[in-house]
Design a protein around this ligand. Structure first.
Ligand code: GDP
Ligand code: IMO
Ligand code: MG
Length: 416
């Protein structure tokens, strides 16, 4: 396979980083194509967990190159921190990192604004406070700055002046760090990236190479957090679908496979509808066994049962061709495993939400399935078959532990 995309099918944190990392050594490039440092992708390197917020999940000592595409929003300070951490394990990694100069910058003011918006309302969204909403808002409003402005100092200072004026007029003294100071900081960060050996190149600059190279596209968040199709307004501010690789300059029609990553149960951080949410003892058990605490904010994740109408919806919206199921080990020892098979809305049962509005109205209809002790059990195979049959997608891989090699292909199950 030359081109694959990894997409989250739930509310994020499905294990996309681990899966991208597992495949990455077989690909010339790993491309992050959406979101920003709101993402937290955990990967294991020599048994040690690392959390990538911005950096694609390449092997630090491998050969594959990392590309950060134009539809991302980039916090340079955070990126440098991650590159430095990975450089300690894989010296030379920075020279395999490519930044598209078209990428949009997250400035300190965006992070301040994110926090202000969350604290000034009586209905906070529970954002990661990484400045994502304000940065994408400025992008759509045609304000703000792209990475290339760091190489044009006049453009940079004019852009910063304009944006600062605007933020101050809206938030007054709560916005700190003036344009001159921010200008200096950004130039320092640019110099640091250059001295680390990071490359600056658009997808067009690289088109000769990319034409023949294999590419893994690593998604961020999940379809149910997508700006258009997620549980609006409790969503992130960007698209989370595989199709958005087009906004980073790549062709959707060249994708050989779109893998949807799905946990064997469901989680969500932040506010918003969660039809299969479970609040009893079993949810605490799953949270502890699955270490369900936010990789970006440390918040406890809300826990629920696997939601097949939502999964079917995600498969349709993001053109998912097959599934990868993660965290099946976490449900070992749980007495009764529930799976939502339908949504009851105004007395009628449907097997897929017609629009994101239905997530607010749905009462889940459950099937109970027997639990399993290992991936070799018949009850586990039956669980997989049930999901495949209901959703109409093959489960191609099964992840049964956090480490990169704790994964099986469907036809290897008996070895589990
Ligand atoms: P992402 O945002 O989709 O990359 O997922 P996160 O990294 O935020 O959260 C997934 C968590 O589950 C991380 O701590 C992973 O190390 C861990 N993980 C991934 N796959 C598995 C698995 O199959 N079993 C277990 N127990 N943990 C897993
Ligand atoms: P990964 O890539 C889980 C959630 C936040 C909040 C909402 C809006 O690790 O799966 P934002 O900061 O984006 O404005 O917050 O979206 N959220 C995530 N939840 N995993 C993520 O990314 C998330 N990125 C954003 O918790 O509810
Ligand atoms: Mg995460």
């Amino acid at each position: 396979m030359k081109r694959i995309a990894i997409v989250g099918t739930q509310w994020g944190d499905e294990g996309k980083g681990k899966i991208a990392n597992y495949f990455s050594s077989h690909f010339d490039w790993v491309v992050r194509y959406s979101g920003g440092a709101n993402a937290g992708h955990t990967v294991y390197v020599d048994g040690i967990p690392y959390v990538n917020h911005l950096l694609p999940s390449v092997e630090p000592s491998g050969h594959s190159k990392a590309f950060l595409g134009s539809s991302m929003v980039l916090d340079l300070e955070q990126l440098i921190e991650e590159i430095k951490a990975m450089e300690r394990t894989g010296p030379g990694l920075a020279s395999r990192v490519y930044l598209d100069p078209e990428v949009f910058l997250v400035l300190p003011w965006h992070k301040q604004e994110d926090a202000l918006l969350e604290t000034r309302t009586d209905k906070p969204l529970g954002t990661t406070r990484r400045g994502i909403g304000p940065a994408y808002t400025d992008k759509v409003s045609r304000k703000g700055l792209k990475l290339y402005s760091l190489f044009d100092e006049q453009m940079l200072s004019e852009g910063l002046e304009r944006l600062y004026e605007e933020k101050r007029s809206r938030y007054g003294e709560d916005i700190t760090g003036g344009p001159v100071q921010t200008h200096e900081t950004l130039l320092e960060l640019r110099e640091e990236l250059i001295s680390l050996g990071v490359n600056f190149a658009t997808s067009l600059d690289l088109s000769e190479q990319l034409r023949n190279d294999s590419i893994l596209f690593e998604g961020a968040q999940g379809v149910l957090l997508d700006l258009d199709f997620g549980t609006y307004p409790y969503v992130t501010s960007s698209s989370c679908l595989a199709q958005v690789i087009a906004s980073s300059g790549f062709s959707v029609s060249e994708l050989d496979e779109v893998f949807g990553v799905v946990k064997a149960y469901a989680t969500r951080v932040g506010t918003g509808p969660f039809p299969t949410e479970e609040e009893g003892n079993v949810s605490s058990e799953i949270r502890e066994k699955g270490r369900e605490y936010g990789a970006t904010t440390g918040r406890p994740r809300r826990i629920g049962w696997l939601d097949l109408p939502a999964l079917r919806y995600a498969c349709e919206k993001s053109a998912i061709t097959s599934l990868i199921m993660t965290k099946v080990d976490v449900l070992v020892g749980i007495d009764e495993i529930k799976v939502c098979t339908g949504y009851r809305i105004n007395g009628r049962i449907s097997d897929i939400p017609a629009s994101s509005y239905d997530f607010f109205k749905a009462e889940p209809v459950y099937n109970s399935l027997p639990s399993w002790k290992s991936t070799g059990d018949t009850s586990f195979s039956r669980f997989l078959e049930f999901v495949e049959r209901t959703v109409g997608r093959r489960i191609a891989y099964i992840s049964h532990g956090p480490e990169t090699n704790q994964i099986l292909q469907r036809n290897e199950l008996s070895k589990g």
